[in-house]
Write a protein that binds this ligand. Structure first.
Ligand SMILES: Cc1cc2nc3c(=O)[nH]c(=O)nc-3n(C[C@H](O)[C@H](O)[C@H](O)COP(=O)(O)O)c2cc1C
Length: 182
């Protein structure tokens, strides 16, 4: 079965994006979505890397990525761009640079995200594109999953409850799984 590593770019307990990732995993009978965590990833510091190498939390994410057929990035949007904690995690995962082709090269990647505003993370999803190109991934651009007005479709614990959004999510995940297998 196809395996997808899913990462949410929020550390918030009742995060809409973490909830969107849980819902994506539940809506993907055609794939095994493994939910990774960026919670223990430290701030990138080249001195720490030189002294101690890759931190265990990053090594675990890199191993999960290597074992996965695809990568799902569930991105919040901060100030019309990628939240720093999420970019920091991917930056760490891109170290050392000579391992980028093995981990990211040709890897199918899909972007989705949720925000309380009206545009559903469209700008942060766009902000990821040069990063994905730099890492040499195979970005899936056919599907779009922008969850706007998140306060109306998630409950207080960050669980996605809206049937129409869940149906859209199921179609999105099916499309991404097909892309991975193509
Ligand atoms: C520093 C900061 C900047 C934000 N900027 C945006 C923004 O540009 N666009 C947007 O849609 N939401 C923005 N928001 C609101 C977030 O979308 C909202 O906090 C959302 O709940 C974050 O995702 P999460 O629920 O997964 O943590 C911002 C929030 C913060 C804290």
């Amino acid at each position: 079965m196809t395996t997808i590593l899913g990462l949410s770019g929020s550390l918030r307990q009742a995060s809409f994006n973490a909830g969107l990732l849980r819902a994506a995993a539940a809506a993907s009978p055609m794939a095994n979505v493994v939910i990774g965590s960026i919670h223990d990833v430290p701030l990138y510091n080249a001195d720490d890397e030189a002294a101690h190498g890759i931190p265990p939390a990053v090594q675990a994410l890199k191993s999960s990525l290597l074992a996965a057929d695809g990568l799902l990035l569930v991105t919040p949007e901060y100030n019309n761009g990628i939240p720093g904690v999420f970019k920091n995690a991917i930056d760490w995962m891109s170290r050392p640079a000579n391992e980028i082709p093995r981990h990211f090269g040709g890897k199918p990647v899909a972007l989705l995200g949720a925000s309380p505003g009206g545009f559903g993370t469209v700008l942060s999803q766009n902000d990821w594109l040069p990063v994905l190109r730099t890492l040499g991934t195979r970005h899936w651009s056919a599907g779009r999953m922008l969850v706007a007005r998140a306060g109306t479709v998630f409950d207080h614990d960050g669980n996605l409850t809206d049937e129409a959004t869940l149906a859209r999510l199921g179609d999105f995940m099916a499309g991404f799984a097909e892309f991975i297998e193509s």
